[in-house]
Design a protein around this ligand. Structure first.
Ligand SMILES: [Zn+2]
Length: 200
């Protein structure tokens, strides 16, 4: 699996490109997004959004329009694509909010994208419809804002739920030690190391 990552926008939201075809979290900096795609020589077929917060998805409409990418998000978080209130868009953003709609919904279970067999794991808590994308074969987890190298996503924003987040974290922390975790912000790490920092 070919993986590249670039932190985009003021919140340094990680944007990932898998095998030049699957883009995970378009971020909120369209010029930066375009530059990243160009640098990678990518032909983006799919844009997957881990959850409906503006810093992960303001670039989604652009990807759909300019690249013909198919937008994938969970049904529960989809309203972020057309409602700036749901996406928690602040008053000032460099990339304006452009409403768009999903081309398909992410649901729990297997999902093959860009020649990789993934499993969609629903991980509500940070948002109601947040998901993580796991590949057992590639030992890789894209964990959005649910699980970070050090810590986990906030639950004090609209739609957040601490109880649900704890359940989601329990699910993720059961994945194998050698799973490489790629979060929505900051550096990644190995699941074994992350788990040890949770359970001492
Ligand atoms: Zn978030």
């Amino acid at each position: 699996m070919l993986l590249s990552v670039k932190a985009l926008g003021p919140l340094e939201t990680n944007c990932y490109i898998v095998n030049g075809a699957l883009l995970i979290d378009p971020g909120d900096d369209v010029p930066g997004l375009d530059a990243f795609i160009r640098e990678q020589g990518a032909h983006v077929e799919y844009a997957l959004i881990t959850h409906g917060h503006y810093d992960h998805m303001l670039g989604a409409a652009h990807l759909q329009k300019a690249y013909g990418a198919r937008l994938l998000i969970s049904r529960a978080d989809e309203q972020a694509l057309f409602s700036p209130e749901a996406a928690l868009v602040p008053a000032e953003t460099e990339t304006p909010f452009t409403p768009c709609h999903a081309d398909a919904y992410l649901e729990e279970g297997p999902l093959a994208l860009a020649d990789v067999k993934f499993t969609v794991i629903p991980t509500p808590g940070h948002t109601p419809g947040g998901i993580c994308l796991y590949s057992e074969a590639e030992k890789t987890l894209f964990s959005g804002d649910t699980l970070f190298r050090y810590g986990f996503g906030r639950t004090d924003m609209p739609g957040g739920d601490m109880h649900l987040l704890v359940e989601s974290l329990r699910t993720l922390l059961r994945l194998p030690d050698d799973t490489r975790v790629w979060p929505g912000h900051g550096e990644g790490g190995l699941m074994g190391d992350i788990r040890r920092s949770y359970y001492r």
